[in-house]
Write a protein that binds this ligand. Structure first.
Ligand code: WT7
Length: 642
């Protein structure tokens, strides 16, 4: 059968075709106006319809800035919404898990089986002393046990704190300590590009002398664990009681912490609540990705990031759909792996990052051509701006000119997508994210918070009432919450992104602060600087992002040594410092040893100037420097070392 065409070209733009309009959950373009008239009522309506509540709320929205609450007095359990309520169809597949080794068979877990496992694991947690409100650290690769562990936490009201498995032991330790986690759930390892990677060593090191009492280990690569502190995930599951009563939670109770990088050296623990987050995840899956029960969605993000939480784990389940999770490397054993997975498991919705798209663009088209991708309905991108060429390639080569590309803008802080075009409404315009989701309002403003004329670049801010999925604080750090998001505009949420309107649609230009997006991963320049500073030879250091064809951006470090000269050996050593403190994801692509960094009179490093030098642009504003001479010298060093 010929695959349906979901888009048509009209007036030089792509729009949903009749075939798309026929299946789409949302096709009414008036929904934006309707929702804007009374956003609180809009969210009230979708929350009543979309989620299962134990008790309805007394007040839909209460705002006392900088805090606000959704569905106050409402009671629900998140796990019940993801699992129990789909038990009418116990045989429906909740998760397809694809291991990296091609000799190993994929595993399908039905909603019925997931219910069984989650209940049991919830009991394992309880037996090990975990109560409502306790923090559980999860340091797992992309294995089914990650979903089971996360859901089990939400069943008993424990707060999960997932840490990206490629982060280092030091990074995990800092997150364990900040959250005072009592239990750590990890794996012995995982497969990456054909090799077993050790995870347990890092986990053990991180947990040493912290609040962690027990370490529950998933056996993935066949290592044995010994000792009182360790429990085997699957053994515990087998002996656990089979039913665990779901905890009744307030809508505003914290469901999870997820650490993200800001402009300072220390990551912030972003807090997400239960009800508001749930409705944002559910509604965006239904409308952005047009998920219907039984649809297969594959979001390639790791659970260590918010995209993995909301669209690889929770959103598809809330919608009663199937989520596909792949363990390994995208091009293992060959660059056809991803496309073979789409073919084999008839994936309907595929959601990935521009960095991955750019990587595959370099490969021979034969790797794609030999696979049947006709199951695809919607393509999504996230994490960084997507350029015209990559958008078109994705649309043409992966979507076969049939599927809309939905460019979703959002952040760890927003919990779910906030700006994009809806597939049943359109138009789909390369490089443009689109409109704020119905019931949400963004404005593009100047530094003072005044709206800029239409089409002019400015700062992206969100207006009240704030999206239900928004963070409701920074763990143990009220000041940081206020300073980061509310200081600038007071009554509007500061996204730290730049944007402008293009024919009435929002086009994102990227971060306006010292946050880098490296292969879609969010990293702070200050964190990398801190790691390098730990070496006693380093006197001063500045890290800035440099544009990169595949990764979008890569970190580049400029180091002033206290004495002596830089060398290749020292460069290698300093990179190792970053590996140890954060993880290889943050490792600088280059380290330049310089005599001096451009600084203002007050001692502030002018990273803007370093950025300009890296892209061979004439740096502006040299007059404000105390040491303008440093600039020419740095320029020479970059030239000589390129
Ligand atoms: C930052 C947030 C939330 C999903 C993954 C990233 C950038 C995100 C887009 C997009 C242009 C984007 C922004 C944002 N970003 N999506 N579609 N177009 N830029 O979450 O790690 O918290 O990063 O990613 O700069 O602020 P995150």
């Amino acid at each position: 059968m010929k695959a349906p065409k979901y888009v048509v070209k009209k007036g030089g733009k792509y729009w949903p075709s009749n075939a798309m309009k026929k299946i789409a959950n949302m096709t009414d373009k008036n929904i934006y106006d309707k929702a804007a008239k009374n956003p609180v009522k809009f969210w009230e309506g979708v929350a009543k319809e979309g989620l299962t509540w134990e008790k309805e709320w007394d007040k839909t929205y209460v705002e006392k800035l900088p805090y606000f609450e959704w569905f106050k007095g409402g009671k629900l359990n998140f796990c019940v919404n993801c699992v129990d309520r789909h038990l009418e169809h116990p045989k429906r597949i909740a998760m397809i898990w694809v291991p990296e080794p091609t000799g190993e068979k994929p595993i399908e877990i039905t909603y019925g089986e997931l219910y069984d496992k989650v209940n049991k694991f919830a009991n394992v947690l309880k037996e090990n002393g975990i109560k409502k409100g306790d923090v559980v650290s999860i340091y797992l690769p992309m294995v089914p046990q990650a979903l089971i562990a996360m859901l089990a936490c939400t069943r008993i009201g424990a707060i999960h704190s997932v840490v990206f498995s490629a982060f280092s032991a030091d990074a995990l330790k800092a997150r364990i300590e900040d959250g005072k986690a009592k239990i750590l759930i990890t794996a012995d390892g995982y497969y990456r590009r054909g090799k077993p990677e050790d995870l347990l060593k890092k986990a053990k090191k991180a947990a040493h002398k912290t609040t962690i009492k027990k370490i529950i280990v998933v056996n993935r690569i066949g290592k044995r664990v010994h000792g009182k502190k360790f429990l085997d995930f699957d053994t515990e599951l087998q002996i656990a009681e089979s039913y665990c009563k779901p905890e009744t939670m307030n809508s505003e109770d914290t469901m999870f912490i997820l650490y993200t990088s800001g402009t300072t050296g220390k990551p912030k623990g972003i807090l997400h609540d239960t009800g508001g987050y749930a409705i944002q995840a559910y509604q965006t899956c239904k409308w952005n990705f047009d998920l219907h029960p039984g649809d297969v969605m594959w979001c390639t993000a790791d659970i260590g990031w918010i995209t993995g939480h909301t669209y690889a784990m929770y959103g598809p389940l809330l919608a009663g759909a199937t989520t596909l999770v792949y363990e390994g490397g995208p091009d293992y054993p060959n660059p056809g792996r991803w496309w073979k997975i789409i073919q084999d498991h008839e994936v309907n919705v595929f959601y990935t990052a521009p960095t991955a798209i750019r990587m595959f663009m370099k490969e021979d088209f034969k790797w794609i051509k030999k696979h049947n991708l006709s199951s695809l309905k919607i393509l999504g991108t996230v994490g960084e701006p997507i350029d015209q060429k990559s958008w078109m390639w994705y649309f043409n080569k992966i979507g076969g000119e049939r599927c809309p590309v939905i460019d979703t803008w959002w952040q760890t802080e927003t919990g779910g997508t906030l700006i994009n075009v809806l597939p049943g409404i359109g138009p789909f315009v390369p490089t443009v994210s689109g409109l704020s989701f119905p019931g949400i309002k963004h404005v593009i403003v100047n530094e003072k918070g005044k709206e800029v004329p239409k089409g002019k670049p400015g700062l992206l801010a969100q207006k009240s009432p704030f999206a239900p999925g928004m963070l409701h604080g920074v763990h143990n750090n009220h000041k940081k919450y206020v300073d980061t998001y509310w200081k600038k505009f007071k009554t509007m949420y500061d996204t730290s992104d730049g944007a402008y309107l293009q024919n009435g649609l929002i086009r994102i230009t990227g971060r306006t602060d010292d946050v880098m997006k490296v292969a879609g991963h969010r990293l702070s320049t200050a964190e990398v600087e801190d790691a390098i500073h730990d070496n006693r030879k380093v006197g001063d250091v500045a890290v800035v992002p440099m544009p990169n064809k595949i990764k979008g951006q890569v970190p580049i470090a400029f180091v002033v040594l206290k004495h002596g000269k830089g060398s290749k050996k020292l460069e290698k050593k300093l990179k190792k410092y970053v590996d140890i403190k954060i993880g290889p994801t943050a490792r600088p692509a280059r380290i330049f040893f310089v005599e001096d960094l451009p600084k203002t009179r007050s001692g502030k490093i002018m990273r803007r100037i370093l950025k300009a030098l890296l892209i061979d642009e004439e740096p502006q504003g040299l007059m404000t420097l105390v040491n303008p001479g440093s600039v020419g010298k740095i320029k020479e060093i970059i030239k000589a070392n390129q």
